[in-house]
Design a protein. Structure first.
Length: 268
């Protein structure tokens, strides 16, 4: 398996902490599942100490964000936005260090366009997902334009959040010399809001199935612990993750550790 593709495809009010010591149910994090219509950006450092079939380690920066177009349209009525388009989510991976012989640079960009519906406790999202071939080298991306359906569900009750997000995408354009893309990804989510702003839950746990070779390159199992800080302009969640890939496939990481910071802007 190509290491680069496996890794890169896998980111005016004064700031003053709120005196509240505990989190309300709506403060519980949505992790990586874009099921809460809020504006947020995150920066994540991802380290993989070892790989199956390769020597060396890697470091990757993931830049992620979510833009709630529904909220923007309400504040700017003259802005022409489709009623069904509510959320745009993006991810850009940047490999800063890699095993010997592997490339460094940015990978393909992921864009997700979502409509959400439901109640305060239970929410559904559905919409198209696209993979844009923006990789700085052939080893760091598929070289193909890909797209397909995505959707998810989240249920919040008390201090507990449970849900999932899934997508399936296929290549539809790009050089014939590059391999076709056909993959399904699934992310389960479980988190608990504890006292004093602490949060315990599953890591990103992005399961992947490659339909081209009928193989599971990613079967992760991991945990995340984070701390949520309130500010007058929003909330900052700082967390760490540890994740083990149970699939032994050449070119894929064994253990992965992440340090992430996510800032969610206040909707008020």
């Amino acid at each position: 398996m190509n290491y680069g593709v496996a890794k890169a495809d896998q980111a005016s009010a004064p700031l003053s902490p709120s005196p509240t010591a505990s989190l309300s149910p709506e403060d519980a994090p949505d992790f990586d599942a874009p099921l809460v219509p809020s504006l947020w950006f995150s920066l994540e450092d991802e380290v993989s100490p070892s790989y199956d079939g390769l020597s060396g380690s890697s470091n990757q920066i993931n830049v992620r964000g979510q833009i709630p177009l529904g909220a923007i349209a309400q504040k700017i009525p003259t802005l022409l936005l489709p009623h069904t388009l509510q959320l745009i989510k993006f991810k850009v991976p940047i490999v800063t260090s890699a095993p010997p012989g592997a490339q460094k640079g940015n990978g393909d960009t992921t864009l997700t366009f979502l409509e959400y519906l439901g109640s305060k406790e239970a929410k559904w999202v559905l919409g198209p997902l696209f993979k844009i071939p923006t990789a700085s080298s052939a080893d760091l991306g598929s070289g193909k334009w890909s797209g397909g359906p995505s959707g998810g569900y989240v249920y919040s009750h008390g201090m507990t959040v449970i849900g999932w997000f899934a997508s399936t995408y296929f290549s539809f354009a790009g050089p014939k010399s590059r391999a076709n893309v056909s993959q399904t990804e699934f992310q389960p989510q479980l988190s608990f809001a504890l006292k004093n702003g602490w949060i315990l839950g599953t890591s990103q746990m992005n399961f992947k199935y490659n339909w081209e070779n009928n193989q599971w390159p990613a079967v992760p199992l991991g945990v995340r612990i984070a701390r949520n800080y309130r500010y007058t302009g929003g909330q900052l969640a700082a967390g760490v993750e540890a994740e083990k890939n149970l699939a032994a496939v050449d070119g894929t990481p064994g253990w992965t550790f992440r340090l992430n910071f996510k800032y969610r802007f206040s909707s008020h």
